[in-house]
Design a protein around this ligand. Structure first.
Ligand SMILES: C[S@@+](CC[C@H](N)C(=O)[O-])C[C@H]1O[C@@H](n2cnc3c(N)ncnc32)[C@H](O)[C@@H]1O
Length: 627
């Protein structure tokens, strides 16, 4: 157990490679307008007719329908690895997402069939941890996250999540009935449910909506005694606790005296009971001789019901429904997705945890169910998907939703008729690439606008180029700006910039080089050389943080190396050896920042390699503040 600052030990899950963390590059997102899509009209008031399943709560705003006249066009579909995508969203969306739903691959399974000692679980946990930490930062203070998982990894994930979100923020687990009949291929027990863990960003500030009462729930109310207050149901009037004051005899209308059972007491004191009896709020059975029960009137219950932890397929759909929905969207295809979630399941989550206009995020988008449901329910959405089905399925699906041409799923129940749109982005390239000598230089893919945006992200500025002042490409405060250029700036040019900035503003200049100046020359300017000044900020050129096969530790017999050769000596032979070696290899997925950007690259062999942090002197040389 890891020690805490006060010397005590903290209960925590550990796993191989847990200490290795990626030092992520905050990439820019690049829109491809040809793949973005928008309805050709604004709905205006018409869309306010969209209703959701939510009921007004006592303590929250009504969740029915989006604000009048608002179509959402700024939804985002991001193609790429979600770790880099979430990092790219961090600057703009930290603290802004109301509801996150993720349905990650439950484990990589076949990719790891050659390990039998838990390495795969460790890698999976590390990958999930890195993503969950970013997701947590994106949540709004009153936001919540729902994570769907089966029982292969759920227990480990739960403990890891307690560590990330805090045990106090665990709100509960929903059990979703994903199928009804058993799987005939199951050898021992056929899993018919998934778990959905629910965590708040901050339980004290999290507010949840209730679910609309169903006709079936209303049917439980009746009026056998023709009470003028209308139908009612009854509930137990005892509590499972002995309290002396509440342990008293009640005389029934039949004349018989009754007491609470041993170890229990009435749930109200004697005075309250008599008041309730006087108001005909107690039911003593058809003959006035049964244990008293409290009458609860339908007219007096709060709107909506608190969701329970059991989500039946009847209420929330099942896997087959999800498949049917996809089939009706892509009739020519045969089961393109193994486990697309039914729209009603996501509707239930968004109903509870979001209101119209809120941002909803799914970083494992799959077939795009979350975006489709969020769109139909008047929420704003962000989806991230790495697979090619982002193009072949999510985009066509969302186009149909926007065109009002998807009659399936929740369309009818929410009265969806189309509208809104989304922007398509891909995760931008790494800012730095290696030149022919193995040195990191600005990537050729970057034009000046992209470079300015990337530098803004790296330096913590908001990219917002001014239309009037060329040197105002972004700002960190109202009076602090950034200017990015690959040019070499002369003393005259810097003097001109300093004059333009004036005494009440400051400017960070990131340039290729500068000449003829010394510290203290221009108090309102800070000048940095790029790329040198950013080399140590993160790991560069690392594009794939997913569990793709090529990223996995090499295992015995899989590398293609001949037996008995030099490579054979490197092969893990024993289980312990294999574990150690796999952990070392797996670390390379995450630890480039510690070891330098050119680590392990063949093109650097025998060459002077740039390291993540320039030598100290050089580093200071790099940045002149208040010159
Ligand atoms: C279980 S599916 C999600 C299904 C989805 N809920 C639905 O209803 O269709 C998981 C998805 O996560 C995607 N995925 C896995 N790793 C990813 C990563 N690193 N970045 C982005 N997407 C990823 C997979 O391609 C897959 O489509």
């Amino acid at each position: 157990m890891p020690p805490m600052a006060n010397g005590k030990q903290k209960l925590e899950l550990t796993w191989i490679g847990k200490e290795n963390r990626p030092k992520l590059e905050p990439r820019i997102l690049i829109e491809d307008p040809a793949k973005s899509y928008h309805a050709g009209f604004r709905h205006g008031d018409q869309q306010s007719a969209v209703s959701s399943q939510a009921a007004t709560t006592d303590d929250g705003p009504s969740a029915a329908g989006p604000p009048s006249g608002k179509d959402f066009f700024d939804n985002r579909l991001i193609f790429g690895d979600n770790l880099l995508a979430l990092k790219a969203l961090e600057q703009e969306f930290t603290g802004k997402i109301k509801c996150i739903y993720i349905d990650p691959p439950y484990n990589t399974g076949s990719a790891f069939t050659h390990y039998d000692d838990g390495i795969e679980h460790s890698l999976w946990l590390s990958l999930m941890r890195d993503r969950l930490e970013l997701l947590r930062r994106l949540l709004s203070p009153d936001g919540s996250i729902f994570i769907q998982i089966d029982d292969r990894e759920c227990h480990y994930l739960k403990v890891a999540m307690d560590g990330i979100f805090g045990r106090d923020n665990f709100l509960g687990t929903a059990i979703w009935q994903k199928r009804i009949s058993p799987d005939p291929d199951s050898k021992f027990i056929s899993a018919t449910h998934d778990y959905i863990f629910l965590y708040a960003r901050d339980q004290g500030r999290c507010m949840m909506n209730r679910l609309v009462r169903t006709a079936e729930q209303d049917a439980r109310y009746a009026n056998p005694d023709d009470d003028p207050r209308g139908p009612w149901t009854s509930s137990d009037l005892t509590r499972r606790e002995y309290r002396e004051h509440d342990f008293y005899a009640i005389k029934l209308p039949s004349g018989r005296e009754v007491w609470p059972a041993k170890g229990r007491s009435w749930s109200v004191p004697p005075e309250t009971f008599e008041e309730m009896r006087g108001e005909n709020r107690v039911y003593f059975g058809p003959n006035g001789d049964a244990m008293p029960r409290r009458k609860r009137f339908l007219s007096e219950v709060r709107d909506g019901v608190v969701p329970t932890s059991w989500w039946s397929s009847e209420d929330a759909g099942k896997n087959e429904d999800g498949k049917r929905e996809i089939k009706s969207l892509f009739p020519d295809e045969n089961d393109p997705f193994a486990t697309p979630k039914p729209e009603r399941l996501i509707q239930r989550i968004l109903t509870i945890a979001s209101n119209p206009g809120d941002w909803v995020l799914d970083s494992f988008a799959g077939s795009g169910t979350t975006g489709a449901v969020a769109h139909k329910m008047g929420r704003r959405w962000i989806m991230v998907e790495l697979g090619e089905h982002c193009h072949t399925h999510i985009i066509p699906r969302m186009k149909k939703v926007i065109d009002g041409a998807d009659p399936g799923g929740i369309t009818e129940s929410v009265g969806w008729e189309g509208g809104g749109g989304f922007r398509y982005y891909r995760v931008g390239p790494s800012l730095l690439e290696k030149d022919q000598f193995g040195n990191l230089v600005i990537s050729k893919e970057f034009n000046s606008a992209m470079l300015a945006e990337a530098m803004c992200k790296l330096e913590g500025f908001i990219y917002a180029p001014s239309t009037t002042d060329y040197w105002q490409q972004g700002h960190s405060t109202e009076a602090d700006f950034i200017y990015v250029t690959t040019q070499t700036l002369t003393r005259e040019q810097l003097q001109k910039l300093s004059d333009d900035v004036g005494p009440n503003r400051t400017l960070l200049i990131c340039c290729g080089a500068f000449r003829g100046i010394k510290a203290g020359d221009f108090p309102n300017l800070t000048v940095k050389k790029i790329p040198k000044a950013v080399l140590a900020k993160c790991e560069w050129g690392h594009d794939d943080y997913s569990l793709e096969i090529q990223n996995l530790p090499v295992v015995e017999g899989k590398s293609g190396a001949s037996r008995g050769g030099a490579e054979d000596a490197e092969r893990p032979r024993t289980k312990a050896h294999r574990r150690k070696q796999a952990a070392a290899n797996s670390a390379s997925l995450f630890d480039m920042a510690e070891t330098g950007v050119s680590r392990g690259g063949a093109e650097n062999d025998g060459k002077q390699t740039p390291t993540s942090a320039p030598p100290r002197e050089d580093f200071f040389d790099n940045r002149l503040k208040g010159i």
